[in-house]
Design a protein around this ligand. Structure first.
Ligand code: AMP
Ligand code: MG
Length: 271
């Protein structure tokens, strides 16, 4: 049987990732947006049902980690794919530069507090991975400190997984050229201008260092209990489809069921 899209995009444990070998323009068997539109829509509807079941069952939670370079589409993905989810039971948590209080704790402290409780979905817009990405690229802590974090993160995620948290991690992969186009579009379009930040230009200068840092993350932290997926993201419609498909498959594997009732509804009369 042909390898499924999900399997193809998943990084195997200990796989040595070279991002140059992952084409950001890849769109699988699809030629264009029109072909995939109804499939994405169907997945978004399935996600609504699966999330509802998760909420009712109150046994598992789902943690979705989103990481990417600026403009790669974390926000767009959240808008398009998570849009069908019930706000009761779904929370998006953005991670910015740590506050003073957060900074006084170890780096996983703020992360742990944001992990979704049983029955809920949590979407991390950036995450603890920033602590081996931006922190590394900008020398915010010494190498002797950040280099220990890959193992620490694996152990932390393992602990969460053993306690009912299903973890799935997406790296939205765009090319440097695509980022240029998107930054230019933000400057040009008055409706997109608010998204432009001069800081993004400074980060762009470190593109190669970020790619190296991401390669190490993907190579060391894709585990059976918390896999990384590299999502080709130059085509926004493919990015949305691929993530929706992986989420549906991930939730289906949980084999959730509606809670059994302990009463006989035929014997109860509402007066
Ligand atoms: P944005 O997601 O565009 O709102 O930007 C958030 C910013 O916070 C990015 O520049 C991140 O690199 C930065 N950030 C997130 N987590 C950390 C961290 N642990 N240490 C330093 N900077 C961080
Ligand atoms: Mg930004």
């Amino acid at each position: 049987m042909a390898e499924s899209l999900t399997t193809r995009l998943r990084i195997r444990p200990r796989q040595r990732v070279k991002l140059a070998r992952h084409d950001p323009d890849f769109t699988g068997a699809f030629q264009g947006k029109a072909e995939v539109k109804s499939a994405t829509k169907k997945n978004v509807e399935r996600l609504f049902d699966l999330q509802y079941k998760m909420y009712a069952e109150n046994k598992h939670s789902l943690l979705v980690v989103l990481q990417a370079m600026d403009t790669a589409g974390k926000d767009g993905l959240i808008r398009h794919v998570m849009t069908g989810m019930n706000p009761q039971g779904c929370r998006v948590v953005p991670f910015k530069k740590p506050s003073e209080k957060e900074f006084d704790h170890e780096y996983l402290w703020r992360i742990h507090q944001a992990v979704p409780p049983k029955g809920e979905v949590g979407i991390f817009n950036r995450s603890h991975y920033e602590d081996v990405l931006v922190v590394r690229v900008h020398d915010l802590v010494p190498k002797s400190v950040w280099s220990k974090r890959f193992e620490q993160i694996n152990r932390f995620e393992h602990y969460l997984a053993e306690n009912g948290v299903t973890i799935v991690k997406f790296f939205l992969h765009i090319s440097k050229d695509e980022q240029k186009k998107r930054l230019e579009a933000r400057l040009k379009d008055p409706l997109k201008r608010w998204k432009f930040s001069v800081g993004d230009l400074a980060e762009r200068k470190h593109w190669n260092e970020y790619m190296l840092a991401y390669e190490e993350v993907l190579s060391k932290c894709s585990t059976p209990w918390a896999p990384w997926y590299v999502i080709p993201a130059n085509a926004k419609w493919f990015r949305n489809y691929a993530v929706s498909q992986i989420l549906v498959e991930t939730l289906n594997r949980l084999r959730m069921s509606w809670p059994k009732v302990t009463f006989d509804p035929k014997k109860i009369k509402v007066v």
